[in-house]
Design a protein around this ligand. Structure first.
Ligand code: HAM
Length: 426
């Protein structure tokens, strides 16, 4: 029969084999952010549309053409969150978390952008986001970059990712640069690609990001933002570069790195890999000192990053860094008179005595051959067998399923439990 309803394009199901991988990844992410003293926040997936247009910028791709926006039943325009920074700032302001206080926060969850789906690019994707409020020095910029670097190290992929770094200067510096860039682009206007022509007047810094070869050639001679930086911006960037070098993180200066969201100033960075094809940016972020004020709060320095979980999982899988999860540690089986009750009761007892083990009780009857086949399919570590004699004698038969010899022992409960504990630890 034809399946009539399918998932929305670009929105993926995660099946048991996937969730096994995702859970390993999420655990490392959670442990690492906790080890840096960051606290979790959870925001709604839906926000008022004007939060995103104000925060991200009216003329960004995200706001212009990628948001899932609709009117709810009371006629209010809402959008599925395309990213987490705007909602995080909104939540902090609403609950007064950042007035005269530092906060180091993180969140993890789905984001939604109506982009053209391809490998590494989806319409529902997941991010780990890290946001810090109330600190303005290069030391905290370095800290969040070191945090992301610690993640790559814990996953064993630090050699696969390179750090691209740039500074966008202050708003005033960027404005001056913008004028000079527009003048330059106008001189070469006829040779620019169509997107860059449009962006020259809507969002000229984004032209720097163009993938078009001819435009890229023209940009080689374009004015550079670094020539427009004042002493303060320069000192901030030099301070960051110095800290990173001294902490063993190498980076590449990329004067064309501008990021796709409008709220950034000073530091911007991306971690990129060659191993994923076109969608090679695994993590990106930077400083956004103007956003809190722009959304109605007191001026508050801020810095953060977003890490794409799909891309991280793809990269880890490509490098074979994730383990397949065993679906059952212990497979409990039985046959004969009273087996169903004895199995159910034993399962309860074992789960109490081995709270961290995955204990699966065979249901549905059948002979032992069939039950052992099921246990093998699950790659269980051990089988616990309750036959008629075990039920009668109050013993258990333990079979080692991972050992070629297939060691099998019939023991009273206490000894059987010790054996199982030893097997699960090995
Ligand atoms: P972003 O660069 O738009 O930044 O997204 C961060 C990361 O999310 C990207 O580097 C990528 O790994 C992943 N990502 C983005 N779009 C997709 C997609 N369509 N499919 C799969 N993965 C995707 C932000 O969102 C900022 N809020 C980051 C930030 C936090 N800046 C400061 N604080």
């Amino acid at each position: 029969m034809a399946l009539t309803v399918q998932a929305v394009r670009g929105m993926n199901d995660l099946l048991p084999a996937d969730t096994a991988r995702w859970q390993q990844v999420e655990q490392v992410l959670r442990e690492t952010v906790a080890s840096f003293g960051y606290s979790e926040v959870r925001m709604p997936l839906l926000e008022k549309t004007n939060l995103f247009s104000r925060a991200i910028g009216e003329v960004t791709d995200v706001v212009e053409k990628e948001m899932y926006t609709f009117e709810d039943r009371s006629g209010e325009s809402l959008s599925l969150r395309p990213e987490g920074t705007a909602g995080c700032v909104r939540a902090c302001l609403e609950h007064n978390l950042i007035y005269n206080q530092e906060q180091r926060l993180w969140y993890m969850g789905p984001m939604f952008r109506h982009e053209r789906p391809q490998k590494g690019r989806y319409r529902q994707f997941h991010q780990l986001g890290v946001e810090v409020f109330g600190l303005n020095g290069p030391d905290i910029d370095a800290e969040i970059i070191l945090l992301s670097h610690a993640l790559w190290q814990r996953f064993g992929i630090a050699d696969q990712l390179s750090l691209q770094l740039n500074t966008l200067g202050s708003n005033a510096e960027r404005l001056k640069y913008r004028e000079s860039l527009v003048k330059y682009l106008e001189q070469h206007f006829a040779d620019l690609d169509e997107d860059s022509k449009r962006r020259t007047y809507t969002n000229p810094l984004r032209v720097l990001d163009s993938k078009d070869e001819k435009t890229a050639e023209i940009l080689k001679e374009s004015p550079k933002l670094t020539d427009f930086l004042g002493a303060e911006s320069r000192a901030h960037f030099d301070g960051l570069c110095d800290l990173l070098s001294k902490c063993g993180v190498s980076f590449e200066l990329n004067s064309r790195l501008v990021r796709g969201l409008d709220y950034y100033n000073l530091t911007v960075f991306e971690w990129v890999t060659d191993a994923l094809g076109a969608q090679g940016t695994v993590c990106g972020g930077g400083r956004y000192d103007g956003l809190v004020e722009q959304l109605g709060g007191a001026p508050t320095p801020a810095v953060g990053f977003g890490l794409g979980l799909e891309r991280l999982v793809l990269l880890l899988s490509a490098l074979d860094k994730l383990k397949d999860r065993r679906l059952a540690d212990i497979y409990l089986m039985g046959a004969g008179e009273g087996a169903a009750v004895a199995q159910a009761q034993l399962a309860l007892k074992l789960r109490k005595d081995l709270p961290h083990a995955k204990i699966m009780n065979h249901c549905g009857g059948g002979n032992f051959k069939k039950q052992f086949r099921r246990a093998d399919k699950l790659q269980a570590r051990a089988a616990v067998v309750l036959g008629e004699s075990e039920i009668k004698n109050g013993t258990l038969t333990i079979k080692d399923l991972q050992n070629q010899e297939g060691l099998q022992q019939t023991l009273p409960y206490g000894q059987a439990l010790d054996l199982l504990k030893a097997m699960l630890q090995a």
